[in-house]
Write a protein that binds this ligand. Structure first.
Ligand code: SF4
Length: 284
């Protein structure tokens, strides 16, 4: 029997299973086996986050999808995990030998794909037919920048039909912070509007990556702006959970030399402040 590379939380290579769209990951955030679906095998994204770990990241959108291949890969892969020797081949410990989620999270922004709804439908139906859903979570990890598109909104409704969840990237809520961290010109009001649109279509969690840029730690101005936004969200009662995380692997962006993990103490103190506002906050 061929022993495949051990899957760990630091081995996020999309090529580990040798497929185009489907890859396995041990996810810190999911707490077990996460089956990733990569809509962006061309490594193209409309953002360029300075902590991005996508190799050869380029500006652009997801390419046209081969839907038959997506279905075939997912079907075969799930069958291998459920009924084959996948866990032994990948040398996975017993306690992690469970599918925690199917995460649509690729080498770029997944909602940039043209037929987003069709892709979500294929994934949800295939995973339901094989009994993976509804036990596992169905998650879309997105920067939320295309939620104004009708096609994306329709796909998010399908995600919601399958009790799926959006993990909405919100690394900074100031225009300067978004420009620095995500290399994106985005006003706080447009970002807020994207977030509200997402929450109205499907259950949404916020995920915030905190990086220690040039040893500055968490800037007071960024922290205060974030807490003001949380206060606004609390009054709307649309979001319950926030995930704070920091970098675990090296960025492939030129700014990598300027980045360090955010200290745990800073993360925990910030989490406590958000918790006092009534949110559930996880730190990883
Ligand atoms: S949104 Fe995701 S894929 Fe795109 S640049 Fe940022 S981290 Fe990379």
């Amino acid at each position: 029997m061929k022993i495949s590379p051990k899957l760990t939380s630091t081995n996020h290579s999309r090529d580990v299973a040798g497929l185009t769209y489907v890859y396995p990951v041990i996810s810190r955030r999911a707490g077990g086996l996460s089956i990733g679906i990569n809509f962006n095998p061309n490594n193209a994204c409309n953002w360029r986050c300075i902590y991005c770990q996508v190799p050869n990241l380029k500006k652009g959108s997801a390419p046209k999808m081969d839907f038959a291949l997506l279905e075939k890969e997912l079907n075969n892969f799930l069958n291998d995990v459920l009924h084959g020797d996948f866990y032994q081949r990948f040398n996975m410990p017993k306690e992690q030998s469970v599918i925690q989620d199917i995460a649509i999270s690729g080498n770029g922004e997944p909602t940039s794909i043209k037929e987003f709804t069709k892709a979500i439908n294929i994934i949800a139906k295939c995973a339901t037919k094989l009994g993976v859903l509804p036990q596992a979570n169905l998650v879309l990890i997105t920067n939320g920048s295309f939620v104004h598109r009708k096609e994306v909104q329709q796909g998010l409704k399908v995600l919601d039909d399958y009790n799926g969840e959006i993990w909405f990237k919100l690394d900074s809520v100031t225009a300067e912070g978004v420009l620095l961290i995500n290399n994106k010109v985005l006003s706080p009001s447009a970002q807020f509007s994207n977030l509200i649109t997402a929450t109205n279509l499907c259950r949404t969690k916020i995920q915030t990556c905190l990086v220690n840029y040039r040893h500055q730690g968490l800037l007071e101005s960024e922290k205060q702006a974030y807490l003001i936004l949380m206060d606004r969200l609390k009054s709307l009662n649309l979001i319950k959970e926030i995930m704070l995380y920091t970098i675990e692997r090296e960025s492939f962006q030129p700014e990598a030399v300027d980045l360090e993990k955010m200290p745990v103490e800073t993360m925990e103190n910030f989490a406590d402040e958000i918790r006092t506002m009534g949110f559930q906050v996880s730190v990883c």
